[in-house]
Design a protein. Sequence first.
Length: 238
Amino acid sequence: MQPHRGGYSNNGAPGQGYGERATGNVKALFIGINYVGQNGQLRGCVNDVKTIQKVLKAKGISNGSYQEVVLVDEQKGEFRGAKHPTKKEILQSFKWLSSNNRPGDTLFLHYSGHGGQQRDHDGDEQDGYDETICPVDYASAGQITDDEIYKLLVTPLPSGVRMTAIMDCCHSGTAMDLPFEFKADGGSMRSALSDPGSMAMYGIGRGKKMKKEKKAKKEKKGKKEKKEKKEKKDKKDK
């Protein structure tokens, strides 16, 4: 998967620029969690949803063929009747966002809430930890890992569909497990702004290729250890 200006696309080629208008349907998913009454309660995440909604409206993105889903844990005012951001609802909404799309469609995701890390169990993380986002019921239902987010949101994208995501949380840089990471330091910014179409805009390669290599290496090591163990056993039996 190659980077696509303004988001990520499976078409393998850069888009035509930030000002390019969507030619198909537009879907948006907004998630704002203040964790009301819980340890680590936040204050501004639901308000962030209101702010980003206004931005999309001001940009004309929410006009025409537009659908949205809102998940917040303070269902009052304009959000009265909104769905609760439980793990189950978030995962279902991810599937809604990434399903039934076709070339020219535009998808938008905004998440504001807690982010975290938990021990990686499949050996595909260089630092040994998966990045996560925290549903309102994370204490009982568990967190949502970057592997799950990638599988539900990125993998299903057809060629020519653009997704833009704003992840306003801790560990957000790799929360979607994308194959490129951009570090906004002085040198990188100068290089990217001087040539927005260059790979500098998208940072250094990482993610899936590295994960596949690590997984293959781990499998090879496992087979070697299994073979050595068997040889020792056969030698002992003799």
